[in-house]
Design a protein around this ligand. Structure first.
Ligand SMILES: [Zn+2]
Ligand SMILES: [Zn+2]
Length: 237
């Protein structure tokens, strides 16, 4: 039987600890993925601490959100299919995949309509179930895997979180008209991703704003049509 090695959170706020566990037999629709790349998301730092700081509104703990320890974090996962359940037909061992971690309850109306991210009882990989800071991850259905053949897994892995986040925002914004501008506020990890994805989606007139000239330079390299340091005097105009 294949063994899974992982680095688990066993107490909120404490360092990860190495764990080894046996991987049980795969349910019919499940897929075992051997992890080749796992991203560290900023949310992982909050999860490790055990709570989100809501300022004046106090703290939202991950226990309140259904997380239980011990837990293997990591929701940005790319890897190679190692084994498949009996009824899996669309992926096969050896295939390179990225994992969609935002898995819903699969019984509510939103899940029925394939809007799992609207589910109110999500069971997210790396938050509610063991994630990618491990040698292996079990994904309960092949439909949560996307083929990434020929792509670098280390580059693709973060798209499972930051890529989806900005893509969703851009979809909601809708394409700009020729006389409109799309402003990306902040040219950090998500902002730079947003610039790249906006171009791929066909957005024109993309302006990146930040208070750090080095980040604005990166934004220009990523293809922003204009950049603006929002601490400068011309930012008001
Ligand atoms: Zn994330
Ligand atoms: Zn649901």
């Amino acid at each position: 039987m294949t063994k899974c090695e992982s680095y688990d959170l066993t107490a909120w706020g404490k360092p990860f600890e190495k764990a080894v566990r046996e991987i049980p037999d795969l349910p019919d629709k499940a897929v075992l993925v051997k992890v080749t790349a796992a991203g560290l998301c900023h949310s992982d730092l909050h999860i490790k601490k055990g709570f989100m700081d809501l300022g004046e509104r106090g703290k939202l703990t991950f226990t309140q959100r259904g997380a239980q320890l011990p837990l293997t974090l990591g929701h940005e996962i790319a890897g190679t299919v190692e084994a498949t359940g009996a009824s899996v037909t669309d992926v096969e061992p050896g295939q390179s995949v990225v994992v969609f971690p935002w898995i819903g309850c699969r019984t509510c109306l939103a899940c029925d309509e394939d809007r799992e991210s609207d589910c109110s009882a999500m069971r997210i990989i790396g938050i509610h179930r063991n994630g990618g800071f491990a040698t292996h991850v079990v994904v309960e259905d092949e439909k949560f895997l996307v083929d990434i053949d020929g792509l670098d897994p280390a580059i693709v892995a973060p798209y499972a979180c930051s890529g989806i986040t900005v893509y969703n925002g851009l979809l909601k914004a809708g394409l700009t008209r020729p006389d409109e501008w799309l402003a990306i506020l902040g040219a950090g990890g998500l902002g730079l991703n947003a610039i790249a994805i906006a171009q791929a989606m066909g957005f024109k007139n993309v302006i990146a704003l930040d208070i750090d000239d080095a980040k604005l330079e990166s934004a220009a390299q990523m293809g922003a049509d204009k950049t603006l340091n929002s601490t400068g005097g011309e930012a008001v105009a």
